[in-house]
Write a protein that binds this ligand. Structure first.
Ligand code: ADP
Ligand code: MG
Length: 680
């Protein structure tokens, strides 16, 4: 009897080659197979009569083979097998491409359930390369609901079905269920084993729905339990006590008066840091709302109280830029600021590491690699993580529960609905920056088509003439997308059109050091135009840049475009944003128009959510939560609410989940899954 922890190598038909391919799908053990859910289902229980087929599409057809299948070799490398099938309403041609075995598959006069694509458009209607299953005598309801699994080249649905079947067979009768019985009863959810069986071997579509609902609830419930425990654990920790005495000095050192919202957030941070418990706070504010100086206040406080602070950015470019902003500000307070990035020279890096270890480096700016083990701090008192979605729960958890835990501040520009925020940031307190610095003029935004190309090029020239700088953003071009221009090509073309302007290019495949050099040169006004892929999306701050042109803007999400637009409108000059793509259909045009109408990130997010649906809105990696397999964070809002309430209740009565060993183990496992990518 195989066990769930066994390797899939023990499944019949899975050799080393298949195993390697399955590993690509992260399937190593039977349990992995069990937890790899179908991405879709084909409902072959709904049969269509031949006469009722009225448009191209996939159909399940119960029919008898009418003519002997004939094999035709058309030319080298192309074989066709043809026959006709019929039911009581009509007949249909069937063709299999390059599948000579198909001829042996079906027999004249025998009834099958065919499943495949029907093309009506050709000379005659045709069923193309269908699967055929023999119908057993007396079977009144042939056809199944067939799961469709994610695949990788070299694997077939049959391979996946085979390992999943083996995995289902290995599920023991007393399979433990992490969901307490009472909750299953209350929300009418099937138990774990039944749900898994229904997901991989469904009888009806209703089964699938039920099972999915259960899995979503389970996942959210585990997540909420974990976040809640994390919050409690950190609350019980002892926190460093920072006196706020130096705060006045910090505020006086700022080159501008903080906004009311910034003041409030800074005060909340100071209060947290004086409370004796570790701070866990999220600062949420639209692009340009001034999150950096709020975070810098925490760094200053830490240093003034004799502790070190780590300021983490999602990219090296941003880290370098933050260091440049922070260093002069902190210097006025006599606080040292050190940059640590992967692309630094070895000697420089060694010096930086030594300064960090000795405590000489008071504020350290770098990427998320800063909290990895190789960097040892003398006395780390505060951690700032810029752009929350790259700093996941796992990383937050890594900082927690170490006795004296540092104060943690995460910053996010992604506006999200409240229910969702309560889950995603369930372990954090929140400060909102709902006010932009004074004097900001809204960015004038236009959506245009290719017919405006020359006028826009002239407009770019004019802005530079008047002393401004320009960003041109191109989408990432994947192989085979010939109609889109890469950033490199675009830079070449633009340079040709504007030979007297200085054009730089920045893209993801460049070395970090090169990126940094280009960015620095652009900041220093050594270039007029920066053509880039979205590496500039988060955070870069060049106040003199006042025009942003986005190529193929229809390829970006609205919130992403809003973030991009936030890169301009930071100085005194009137700023502009131009989106190409308005000529790519009505949907594209309407989406881009939303941005032309408002500069408010929350409004953009709302419209984006309404237009695109939640799946796209969040993407998969954006939320920084442990990988969720089934739950769609926005679509399952109602269920999410319940999951959260139930998690709170259970934990209130049993904080360590002593009465729920399976639940405890599963929560633990969920939060163990480290997302190392997020460490950059
Ligand atoms: P974000 O919230 O997008 O991270 P930043 O912290 O990068 O925003 O700030 C955007 C710009 O606004 C920076 O150039 C910063 O110097 C400036 N800024 C921040 N706060 C104020 C303020 N209170 N008054 C004037 N300018 C400010
Ligand atoms: Mg920022």
């Amino acid at each position: 009897m195989p066990a769930l922890e066994d390797s899939i190598r023990f499944v019949k038909g899975v050799g080393p080659k298949k195993a390697a391919l399955l590993e690509k799908l992260h399937i190593r053990t039977l349990r992995d197979a069990l937890e790899t859910y179908p991405r879709d289902y084909e409902d072959r229980t709904v049969l269509t009569r031949i006469a009722d087929i009225d448009e191209d599409g996939k159909y399940a057809i119960r029919a008898v083979v009418g003519t002997e299948p004939k094999v035709n070799r058309i030319r080298k490398g192309l074989t066709l097998v043809k026959c006709t099938i019929f039911d009581e309403t009509g007949s249909l041609h069937v063709t299999w491409f390059n599948n000579p075995y198909a001829a042996a598959l079906v027999r004249v006069g025998q009834e099958y359930l065919f499943y495949g694509r029907v093309q009506l458009s050709g000379r005659m209607p045709m069923l193309v390369s269908p699967q055929a299953e023999k119908i057993a005598a007396g079977d009144e309801h042939p056809g199944r609901i067939v799961p469709v699994y994610p695949l990788t080249a070299g694997l077939t649905q049959r391979d996946l079905a085979r390992v999943t079947e083996a995995a289902l067979d290995a599920v023991p009768g007393d399979w433990p269920d992490p969901l307490p019985e009472v909750l299953r009863a209350k929300y009418d959810l099937p138990d774990a084993a039944d749900a898994l069986a229904a997901i991989h071997r469904p009888q009806t579509t209703a089964d699938v729905q039920q099972a999915r609902r259960r899995m979503v609830f389970e996942e959210l419930f585990l997540l909420c339990c974990g976040l809640q425990q994390l919050k409690e654990r950190r609350r019980a920790d002892h926190g460093f006590v920072f006196s706020a005495a130096g705060l006045a000095d910090y505020l006086a050192a700022l080159p501008f008066a903080p906004t009311g919202a910034q003041r409030r957030a800074i005060d909340e941070i100071a209060a947290d840091c004086a409370s004796g418990r570790p701070m866990n706070r999220l600062v949420q504010g639209d692009v340009g709302s001034g999150k950096t100086v709020v975070a810098a206040a925490l760094c200053a406080l830490a240093a003034q109280n004799g502790y070190q602070a780590a300021f983490m950015a999602p990219t090296e470019i941003l880290a370098a830029q933050h260091a440049e902003t922070l260093a002069p500000l902190l210097e006025k307070l006599g606080v040292t600021c050190t940059l640590l990035t992967g692309s630094m020279g070895a000697a420089q890096k060694r010096a930086a590491l030594a300064a960090i270890e000795s405590g000489q480096a008071q504020v350290v700016v770098g990427t998320h690699a800063l909290i990895q083990q190789s960097v040892s701090f003398h006395r780390l008192g505060a951690v700032v993580a810029d752009e929350q979605h790259r700093f996941g729960v796992a990383q937050r958890a890594a900082l927690a529960g170490k006795g004296e835990a540092p104060h943690v501040l995460v910053m996010s520009a992604t506006p999200i609905p409240r229910t969702l925020a309560l889950i995603m940031y369930g372990d954090l307190d929140v400060s909102v920056l709902d006010e932009l610095p004074p004097g900001r003029q809204p960015v004038e935004t236009y959506a245009v088509g290719q017919n405006m190309r020359r006028r826009i090029t002239a407009f770019i020239d004019k802005q530079i003439e008047e002393g401004g700088q320009v960003y041109v953003v191109c989408p990432l071009v994947e192989e085979g997308e010939l109609e889109l221009k890469s950033a490199e090509q675009h830079a070449v073309d633009l340079q040709k059109a504007l030979p007297h302007r200085r054009v730089a290019v920045l893209h993801g495949r460049m070395k970090n050091a090169d990126k940094e050099r280009v960015m620095q040169a652009f900041t220093a006004k050594e270039y007029d135009i920066l053509v880039a892929t979205t590496v500039i999306e988060v955070g870069v701050d060049v106040p003199n840049a006042n025009l942003m042109v986005v190529e193929d803007a229809d390829r970006f999400g609205l919130s992403q475009l809003h973030q991009l637009r936030g890169r301009v409108g930071r100085g005194k000059r009137q700023s502009y944003c131009i989106f190409f793509g308005a000529d790519k259909g009505q949907t594209a045009r309407e989406r881009l128009k939303i941005l032309c109408k408002t500069n408010d990130g929350f409004e953009v997010a709302r419209a984006d959510l309404a237009q695109r649906g939640p799946g796209d809105f969040f993407g998969r990696r954006q939320h920084g939560l442990p990988a969720l397999h089934v739950a769609d964070l926005a679509a399952d809002l109602a269920l999410m609410q319940h999951a959260r309430e139930e998690a709170e209740q259970i934990l209130a009565a049993d904080p360590q989940l002593d009465g729920y060993p399976e639940l405890r183990a599963r929560v633990h496992r969920m939060f163990e899954e480290r997302d190392d990518e997020a460490f950059n």
